[in-house]
Design a protein around this ligand. Structure first.
Ligand SMILES: [Zn+2]
Ligand SMILES: [Zn+2]
Length: 315
């Protein structure tokens, strides 16, 4: 079967054996390219089949989203129901350390399968994973009805955050660098601003969806005294903190991956946000490619100026 592998800081479409073994076989219908895919290519990993944002249909024709990682079940984090903070969280992660979803087929452990509402299309199911990241961030930020929120960053995580906030009826301002990002934010129902516009310190919660020095400072500026700033993803370079954090007693909350326990499952909630938002995919998925076109797809995903927000591949 055909699959997209990492090769020499780029990707190649190659033939690999059809996967075998225990688990559920999915015919992959949709997979997204993530900013972290571009980072791991830069690290120089080779030969792994990429793709951690994906879903597909099983032999019975049922569509599933996939939680791409599991946990050891025995470490301190796992014993506290914090499996997403497991020390082995990325040891067996699809697209990072195990076969990913940028392939015609994949076999995944059955406990990674997430049911999706019937309104989720097979061609957009890869959005459930980044939406689960976002839903987790809303949980970490303790977002409640009536709050005022802002998002710094108009990439896919920033826009999906705005969409998840609108889904809860919360007004949200989005600060985005590029015109096409601001147009997408408006389509989602947010109020869009240029990233160099100085935000008013009126927001109860601010989501930093970029995690750079500039975006961190903008997030702190936009936060009201005693408010919360949620940091999504990764600081790929260290970020310094100023006394504005102290003077406003801002709570800084890191948010990583997605969690689930007996009381909640970020992935299930994310699937419902997608199912309830029929126009969301059209607002954030700017480019769609076939598996054979993966080299072009990665080139477009790496070039923000090309107007890409989320790039999807439909195998
Ligand atoms: Zn990702
Ligand atoms: Zn563990």
């Amino acid at each position: 079967m055909r699959a997209v592998i990492a090769k020499n800081k780029s990707v190649e479409v190659v033939d690999i054996p059809i996967p075998t073994g225990p688990g559920t076989r999915l015919r992959v219908t949709n997979a997204g390219i993530c900013g972290s895919d571009l980072h791991i290519l830069e690290w120089g990993i080779n030969d792994i089949v990429l793709g951690h944002e994906f879903g597909g249909v099983d032999d019975a024709g049922t569509l599933w989203a996939v939680r791409p990682k599991s946990s050891c079940g025995t470490c301190d984090a796992c014993e506290r129901d914090l499996e997403h903070l497991c020390r082995d969280a990325t040891k067996d992660m699809n697209g990072i350390s195990a076969q990913g979803g940028l392939a015609e087929e994949i076999i995944v452990p059955s406990d990674r399968l997430i049911p999706v509402p019937s309104t989720v299309r097979a061609s957009e199911v890869g959005l459930v994973e980044p939406l689960a990241v976002v839903v987790h961030g809303l949980r970490r930020g303790q977002v409640e009805a009536g709050m005022k929120a802002a998002v710094v960053g108009g990439g896919s995580i920033g826009l999906l955050t705005a969409a998840a906030l609108r889904h809860r009826g919360i007004d949200v301002d989005v600060y985005a660098r590029h015109e096409h990002q601001r147009l997408a934010a408006e389509r989602i129902g947010a109020t869009a601003h240029a990233s160099d516009e100085r935000p008013l310190a009126v927001n109860d919660v601010v989501f930093d969806a970029v995690c750079t020095q500039d975006s961190f400072e903008a997030s702190i500026s936009a936060c009201r005294p005693s408010g919360t700033v949620v940091e999504f993803g990764m600081f790929w370079s260290p970020v310094a903190m100023s006394n504005e954090v102290m003077f406003k007693e801002i709570t800084i909350v890191p948010s990583l991956y997605y969690s689930h326990d007996h009381s909640h499952d970020d992935f299930v909630d994310a699937a419902h946000v997608l199912g309830d938002s029929p126009d969301l995919a059209d607002s954030v998925v700017t480019h769609r490619f076939t598996l054979e076109e993966a080299v072009d797809a990665f080139r477009v995903a790496a070039d923000r100026k090309a107007g890409s927000i989320k790039v999807h591949i439909n195998p």
